[in-house]
Design a protein around this ligand. Structure first.
Ligand code: 13P
Length: 251
């Protein structure tokens, strides 16, 4: 059985006080949840403050990005060790906003995933097609390429540290989520691909989150899909009530 995993990606939102309030509000609302793994991913500059607000609770801390080099002259970048130092467990890698707005490549994403795992961080590895790719019938091809290149060279032992997040780009921040059938189709395809790349047992253990306009109203139907093991939540994770409701729906 795969334990559900719900993570909040706060993106470039909140300020210091708001981030601390949001984290504190979640701790209070979710303290009794045991059957769902939970994480919040604030902006880098608030990781330390949010770590303190989470106060060793059942909610883990994640970052939204990392660099693959261990240290040195990489102005503006943050290392895996730095993220560990401020108590991060998870790190989002390859988010579509970084792929399409910042220009991250599959090769860079692969280096980041590998460095994160080696440092003991658990990557949340995002994949997903653009609207024009879906309309051209290329969803499976695009997602397959992203996964093969993102996970290239990773042993089975290492890949087990990864959560895959399927986030169709057309569903992110649009209010239009993938239907449960659309999500299930791609999740099942991803699991088959993992079975091909590794084996059935590994594919059966790996968690695949869905992301893209996930909210309280669609949580139950998305999570009812057999291959949807969790959610990566953007907008709705910025409201303590909404995010807590989603988690309690799953729990
Ligand atoms: P929304 O939930 O705001 O659509 O964002 C999804 C997302 O990009 C999470 O990483």
């Amino acid at each position: 059985m795969r334990k559900p995993f719900i993570a909040g990606n706060w993106k470039m939102n909140t300020d210091r006080a708001g981030a601390v309030d949001l984290a504190g509000g979640l701790v209070g609302r979710l303290k009794d949840v045991e059957t769902v793994d939970m994480a919040v991913c604030p902006p880098h500059v608030y990781l330390d403050a949010v770590a303190k607000a989470l106060n060793s609770s059942n909610i883990a801390l994640g970052a939204q990005n990392v660099y693959f080099e261990p240290k040195g002259a990489f102005t503006g970048e943050i290392s895996c060790k730095m993220l560990k130092d401020v108590c991060c467990t998870y790190v989002i890698i390859g988010h579509s906003e970084r792929r399409h707005k910042i220009g991250e490549t599959d090769e860079l994403i692969n280096k980041k995933i590998s460095a994160a795992i080696t440092s003991g961080l658990l990557p949340i590895f995002c994949v997903g097609e653009l609207l024009e790719q879906r309309e051209a019938g290329k969803t499976a091809q695009v997602v397959t390429e992203q996964i093969k290149e993102g996970l290239a060279g990773l042993s089975a032992e290492k890949v087990l540290a990864v959560t895959i997040a399927y986030e169709p780009v057309w569903a992110i921040g649009t209010g239009v989520n993938a239907t449960p059938d659309q999500a299930q189709d791609v999740h099942a395809m991803i699991r088959e691909l993992l079975a091909d790349m590794y084996d059935n047992s590994l594919a059966g253990q790996m968690r695949i989150q869905y992301g893209g306009s996930a909210k309280p109203a669609n949580t139950a139907e998305l999570m009812a899909c057999p291959d949807v093991d969790g959610l990566l939540v953007g907008g709705a994770s910025l409201k303590a009530d909404d995010f807590a409701t989603m988690i309690k729906t799953v729990a």
